[in-house]
Design a protein around this ligand. Structure first.
Ligand code: ZN
Length: 223
């Protein structure tokens, strides 16, 4: 399996993108889509997204997930999480999320989290499960106060790409310790280099420094 090298920009969370030289991508596979790792990315995360949960399908999807993650290209579980705006009710989301969090512990891989307005449930799950594996909030778009709380609670933050590009997260960016930050494009067709440029500009450091932080974090957490 290819590993990121110096000079690579790492995209921690995509939903399919063209492979580009100098970019190391972790593509997210949503199990309900029936996809498996292929040649489209350097590495993959695999999980059951809260939007598409159905009670009758959960046991089968969890079984499939345990199979898919045996592929060495799958470096993380998720995206999994809580969403108050979309998807089924709380109990099913909790069951799906906590099952995946336990799987992350069993297989020793980090967990990539989707969380929209479900922070109480997420914190409750974290207190209940006391995970040793890293939990990474993807698409983080909250306040500085929220970022500070999440960092203090042990979370890692990958930032919402639209807000990075628009400059809305500049203040938050400056508060995130270098050892806790990730960059992603999610499902958007944007140039990763530009996302790094904007984020580094927001913090007030060179792109190469931010790229080094993210690479270190990736190599520490995922490999
Ligand atoms: Zn996503």
């Amino acid at each position: 399996m290819r590993q990121p090298v110096t000079g690579d920009l790492i995209n921690i969370h995509t939903h399919g993108s063209v492979r580009i030289r100098g970019v190391f991508s972790v593509e997210n596979l949503m199990l309900h889509e029936g996809r498996v790792p292929d040649d489209s990315a350097d590495a993959f995360s695999a999980g059951i997204h809260p939007w598409f949960l159905q009670k009758s399908e959960l046991p089968g999807l969890l079984d499939r997930l345990t199979q898919v993650i045996k592929d060495e290209r799958v470096v993380a579980i998720g995206e999994a999480g809580y969403d108050h705006r979309r998807g089924p009710g709380g109990e099913l989301q909790k069951q799906a999320f906590e099952s995946q969090a336990k799987l992350a512990e069993e297989c020793g891989k980090p967990l990539i989290i989707h969380c929209v307005k479900g922070w109480d449930e997420l914190w409750t799950s974290r207190r209940r499960l006391r995970p040793e594996m890293p939990w990474i909030i993807h698409g983080f778009n909250g306040s500085t106060q929220q970022a500070t709380q999440l960092v203090a609670g042990g979370f890692y933050l990958s930032l919402w790409v639209k807000s990075v590009l628009g400059g809305a997260l500049n203040e938050v960016l400056a508060w995130i310790p270098p050892g806790r930050i990730f960059i992603e494009t999610d499902g958007f067709d944007v140039e990763l280099g530009l996302v790094y440029e904007k984020a580094a500009g927001g913090i007030g450091i060179p792109v190469s420094m931010l790229a080094g932080y993210v690479r270190n974090n990736y190599l520490t957490l995922f490999v």
